[in-house]
Ligand binder design. Structure first.
Ligand code: R5P
Length: 302
């Protein structure tokens, strides 16, 4: 396979630039614009024939628009006879819709995986997707990269003899155990029930948290409702206010800042997998570009 070609979607230019910098390549020149009717149009402005193409796109903010742009870039590369097309999703939208939780629902994660394949993508790179089971939806090699060690290092200065790492729901219990093991402390989890897209109830805590100081960990922070409910459940179980909450993806949508300001959580730690927002929250952001560039370098043999 000849030279690596990085096609940067427009959703997160700063991260794409950082990945390109780490790989010591310049992103391929391309044009991506909106037609007056709202349709996106993309054109690759130099040939990628025979090249090892990586389409980098974070699908946060405008998930549908970002996904469509990534699909169009992959299709354009394939039609230009690219040697191979890999999609790199620092944040992969729709991953939480991985099953029919209720009645006549769409399993959107599977649908999107099928669309990615239909666009000509032959491999994907995902950064801490909501569930690693997502890999099974892609009928192609899937490289999962994890920011867990980076998050653990960012949390390490906050560790004391009373620290306990807590997942705000059962689904994240394994993640909490992994981070707890890296930090040499114990883990616990909250029993969460989602009662609507922005409504969460959490009452019970599994594990020893009384008089302990929690570090909450999750794959993502969206509306902040999960973390706020977890902090309240922990207080009810006799724990101190959480020293921090860490997650790979910090979306902070809607009134997340207001909700989290009232949560009692001391600090928030996220990666830059999605574009940052100006926020008054005490926030530490860890760069994900070296992880993603490392994955691309391994896959491309560079
Ligand atoms: C859900 O299972 C996820 O792991 C997160 O806990 C959830 O998506 C966070 O969303 P929000 O911040 O809106 O509660």
């Amino acid at each position: 396979m000849s030279r690596l070609a990085l096609l940067a979607g427009s959703a997160h230019p700063a991260l794409a630039r950082a990945i390109a910098g780490a790989l010591e390549v310049s992103p391929v020149e391309l044009r991506s614009e909106r037609f007056p009717d709202g349709e996106r149009h993309v054109e690759i402005l130099e040939t990628v024939r025979g090249r090892d193409v990586y389409v980098v796109q974070s699908t946060a903010g405008d998930p549908d628009g970002a996904l469509m742009e990534a699909l169009q870039l992959a299709d354009a590369a394939r039609r230009d006879d690219a040697g191979r097309v890999t999609a790199v999703f620092p944040y992969f939208a729709y991953a939480r819709q991985d099953r029919r939780a209720g009645g006549r629902e769409c399993v959107a994660a599977r649908l999107v995986a099928d669309l990615v394949k239909a666009a000509g993508v032959e491999r994907v790179v995902l950064l801490d997707p909501h569930s690693t089971a997502l890999e099974g939806f892609f009928g192609m090699p899937c490289e999962i990269v994890s920011a867990i060690p980076l998050l653990a290092e960012a949390l390490r200065p906050l560790v004391t003899s009373s620290t306990v790492v807590v997942s705000p729901d059962l689904g994240g219990a394994k993640l909490a155990s992994q981070i707890a093991a890296l930090l040499g402390v114990s883990a616990a989890h909250v029993h969460k029930e989602r009662t609507g897209p922005t409504r969460v109830s959490a009452r019970r805590v599994a594990g020893d948290v009384r008089d302990r100081t929690p570090l909450l960990v999750d794959d993502m922070i969206s509306t902040g409702a999960t973390l706020k409910a977890a902090a309240a459940a922990l207080a009810g179980a006799g724990a101190a206010p959480p020293a921090a909450a860490a997650a790979t993806h910090g979306l902070f949508v809607g009134d997340a800042v207001g909700i989290l300001s009232e949560s009692g959580i001391g600090r928030f730690v996220v990666t830059d997998s999605v574009p940052g927002r100006n926020t008054p929250l005490p926030l530490t952001t860890v760069g994900a570009a070296p992880l993603l560039a490392g994955a691309i370098a391994r896959l491309s043999g560079n």
